[in-house]
Design a protein around this ligand. Structure first.
Ligand SMILES: Cc1ncc(COP(=O)(O)O)c(C=O)c1O
Length: 384
């Protein structure tokens, strides 16, 4: 019967991150700097709101788009923090993490043969969905433009089949953010074209040295942009699975159908916790951001001291140093690092072939772990 399985599903590869963590799991005493997951507990009032929701029997289906109070809170949060205006009634959907938001957005706008432009190296969560839709990912190499999609590279990649451009800033795996000027350049290319933008802003609360800005804040871009956000990274709520789409009503109406027949609604309990996160606990990301910033400074200076070339990240919690000078593939480098020093990092090739020659380190770990991990990395590179 296996031959009857949808070939589009069969052709999806398991993620390089998963492949590598399967390999690492056979070793003991490994320090792992692989996860893109905050190490802080979910803020206490948010946890209590979840418990209260259960105790008060808020355990039934909600509106497909989520509790209206939650959508209102999400709308207020986006307006207050980034100056974006979305109507809770018809422009916001509460999803099962940012992952499901990406899923329903791409399913709504893509069809067979459509092309999607992505700056690479890139988070591996988009490509499989694009392929399931019968569409084609078009990766643009950003390794020589500081990992930012430039106007010129974008212009070159656009064809008459381009349906969507993904803007994943602040970025995973590099941690770069995009400036207003760079976004204005991109907007100038796209504003007169019938091309959607999927702006994945899941790390928007983790921007260290500037203000986060969304392409949807450009009046010429709002009507064609789907903003993705969520609480996984900002409020350390990865397991609660709450994300959002913010998009004009004509898009939200269509995405809501895909969402409805996919999950009906996000967990009611998590929605009550999220409501607390976006109201009374709306500033809880600040303390976490300060802690990440210290860790970033520490990791960055250690990598520079050990002679690695790395872009100083301005957002998210990743670093993406080059290992090209050692002449090993990123997978072999990461494999030997585990075998010889018991340190796990993610091979850059997990983020498309344009990530070859790099490794991704996450600094969403305690200072003690970072220090020990970086000592191990230093010993390893000194021995190469
Ligand atoms: C860029 C990016 N988008 C989306 C997600 C998925 O977020 P969620 O856990 O809310 O589904 C991640 C998770 O690592 C990510 O790095």
């Amino acid at each position: 019967m296996e031959h009857l399985i949808n070939p589009k599903v069969k052709n999806i590869q398991i993620s390089g991150i998963r492949q590598f963590s399967n390999y690492v799991s056979q070793f003991d005493h490994v320090i792992s700097l692989t996860l893109g997951q905050p190490d802080f507990p979910t803020p206490l009032p948010v946890k209590e709101a979840g418990i209260e929701a259960i105790e008060n029997n808020h355990t039934s289906y909600t509106h497909n788009a989520g509790l209206v109070e939650l959508r209102q809170a999400a709308s207020n949060f986006l307006q207050e923090k980034y100056g974006l205006m979305y109507q809770p009634e018809n422009e916001i959907i509460t999803t099962v993490g940012a992952s499901q938001a990406i899923n329903i957005a791409l399913k709504t706008i893509l069809e067979e043969g459509a092309e999607v432009i992505l700056p690479a190296p890139v988070y591996p969560g988009y490509e499989p969905i694009i392929q399931l839709c019968g569409a084609k990912p078009v990766f643009v190499d950003t390794t020589s433009t500081n990992f930012i999609l430039t106007k010129e590279a974008l212009e070159e990649a656009i064809t008459d089949k381009t349906r969507c451009v993904i803007l994943p800033y602040p970025s995973n795996p590099i941690g770069v953010t995009i400036t207003k000027e760079q976004l204005a350049d991109i907007a100038s290319v796209l504003e007169n074209k019938d091309i959607f933008v999927l702006s994945d802003e899941i790390y928007s609360e983790l921007v260290y040295d500037s203000q986060h800005i969304s392409i949807a804040s450009f009046p010429s871009m709002r009507h064609k942009t789907i903003v993705i956000n969520g609480l996984s990274k900002s409020h350390s709520m990865t397991g609660w699975r709450i994300g959002f789409t913010f998009a004009p009503a004509y898009l939200t109406e269509q995405m809501l159908k895909v969402h409805q027949y996919n999950v009906s609604c996000a967990s009611s309990i998590s929605q009550f916790a999220a409501l607390e996160a976006l109201t009374t606990s709306k500033n809880s990301p600040h303390a976490m951001r300060e802690a990440y910033k210290k860790r970033r400074d520490f990791m960055y200076s250690r990598l520079i001291e050990m002679g690695l070339e790395v872009v100083e990240p301005t957002g998210a919690f990743y670093m993406f140093p080059s290992i090209q000078k050692f002449g090993l593939s990123s997978f072999d480098f990461a494999k030997r690092l585990v075998e010889e020093q018991r340190l796990a990092v993610v091979p850059g090739s997990a983020f498309t072939s344009f990530g070859e020659g790099y490794i991704r380190l996450s600094y969403s770990y305690s200072m003690e772990m970072l220090e020990e991990g970086l000592n191990r990395l230093e010993k390893f590179v000194q021995g190469l």
